[in-house]
Write a protein that binds this ligand. Structure first.
Ligand code: UTP
Length: 412
């Protein structure tokens, strides 16, 4: 594609982003092309409004937050088998696919490389990707099908991820693995200027796990799924080594209750645990973040003494393809995060900040839940399904995840 550089300069000037072409002449041809492509793809109005919003973060719309109904998997009694049979039938018919979101930066963990390549220190030294793949292979065998595995990467980690899979011969699951890349947005400094990265190109960051719906749609993955006869899609993170992507009870409930989305929850450890909780916002399924809750809300209980907002959202959700398509078409709000970002300043110097200096914009997966009228919530057991690897040490670290994994599989 041919670009009109003069026209581009005028546009950049209009938005106060002229500096983006400062080093254009020093770039090799391939990079020049990529830079122009990047600029052409930027929605400057959107970036301006996101930047302006960082100044007014405290302005919140009035939202009516209410508790959401849920089902406890272990209090289903006779219904357990009923739902399980419905789900099992659909899985045996090849209607389930799994999506793993592996596009995050894993900044808190500090691992050098895609998070999925991280070894949590099990005796087997298997990576998170291999643990997830082992699980899918076992479940596929159990149901006599091949459950397709769609892996979302970011531009930043896509090559490393694919290399890792190649090196490991796709853990013997190659025919069932599909990679797709999530969207990204430019990072801006505290003046609203878009950053230039060390490579002379625009510094972009993955657009958050909420980007999963649009990316599935735009990359053609939903079409691929339909071609494969898939109707239900489990979407989870790469960093929960106990994630149960194949759950016939969850699926059976969604099918039986005729809802297009279902989510799993675990009971909060305590009222102030720093996790989001399932709820209803303006009558629609949603997640209320811990930071949005007053002390009174966090501590409120029902007649049985259970927390009203105690169902933690653990990034384990099931969607009908129709819901993904709907969610993928609707723009989600972006949230800003203030991060450290190495960049090239206007004089061409590389700046490595030692404290946050730039905004990154992310969409959250649960902001799309409101697109469906109802969502079934299934409470499951933390020790069976939730072993996140977020931090290098302490809570939700390799050490805690390793223990949970070993305890669950009775490995030590
Ligand atoms: P987190 O929000 O915990 O982020 O992602 P993270 O990138 O792993 O870690 P930090 O916050 O930088 O320390 C939860 C899940 O969503 C995925 C992650 O890979 C993880 O599986 N994710 C997050 C994406 O796929 N893309 C994103 O843009 C963000």
């Amino acid at each position: 594609m041919e670009y009109d550089i003069e026209e581009m300069k005028r546009k950049l000037k209009k938005y106060g982003q002229e500096h983006l072409l400062n080093f254009y002449d020093t770039l090799e041809e391939k990079k020049q092309k990529r830079l122009l492509e990047q600029i052409e793809g930027i929605d400057f109005e959107l970036i301006n409004s996101l930047y302006n919003k960082t100044k007014n973060e405290n302005i919140h719309e009035e939202v009516d937050v209410k508790p959401i109904e849920f089902i406890d998997k272990y209090k289903l009694n006779g219904d357990y088998k009923y739902y399980e049979e419905i789900g099992k039938k659909a899985i045996r018919e090849g209607k389930l696919a799994a999506v793993t979101m592996a596009g995050g930066q894993g900044t808190r963990l500090g691992h050098n490389g895609p998070k999925g390549t991280f070894d949590i220190g099990l005796d087997s030294h298997k990576s998170l990707f291999e643990l997830l793949c082992d699980y899918l292979k076992t479940e596929s065998n159990k149901y006599g099908v091949n459950i397709p595995w769609f892996i979302m990467t970011s531009r930043e980690n896509n090559n490393d991820t694919i290399e890792f899979f190649k090196k490991n011969k796709y853990f013997g699951y190659e025919k069932n693995i599909y990679f797709f890349i999530q969207g990204q947005l430019p990072m801006v400094d505290t003046e609203g200027k878009i950053l230039i990265g060390e490579d002379g190109l625009i510094k972009e960051a993955a657009d958050g796990h909420g980007g999963v719906y649009e990316s599935l749609l735009k990359s053609g993955m939903t079409d691929k799924m339909k071609e494969l006869g898939i109707e239900w899609v489990f979407i989870g993170g790469v960093d929960n080594c106990l994630v149960k992507m194949v759950d016939p009870v969850l699926m059976g409930i969604a099918i039986d209750k005729n809802v297009t989305a279902a989510g799993k929850s675990v009971v909060k450890d305590n009222p102030y645990e720093k996790v989001g909780a399932f709820c209803k916002k303006n009558g629609k399924p949603s997640v209320v973040e811990y930071s949005e809750m007053t002390k009174q809300m966090a501590e409120a209980t029902d007649e049985n003494g259970e927390l009203l907002y105690g169902e933690s959202h653990i990034l384990c959700n099931l969607f009908n393809i129709s819901a993904i398509e709907r969610m993928g078409r609707e723009p989600l709000p972006y949230h800003s995060a203030f991060k450290k970002a190495t960049y090239i300043d206007k004089d061409g110097n590389k700046i490595v900040p030692d404290s946050p200096n730039a905004y990154k914009f992310e969409a959250f997966l649960f902001d799309a839940f409101g697109e469906v009228d109802d969502m079934a919530i299934l409470r499951v057991k933390r020790e069976e399904e939730f072993a996140p690897v977020k931090n290098a040490s302490g809570v939700d670290s390799p050490e805690t995840a390793r223990k949970l994994y070993n305890d669950f599989y009775k490995l030590s």
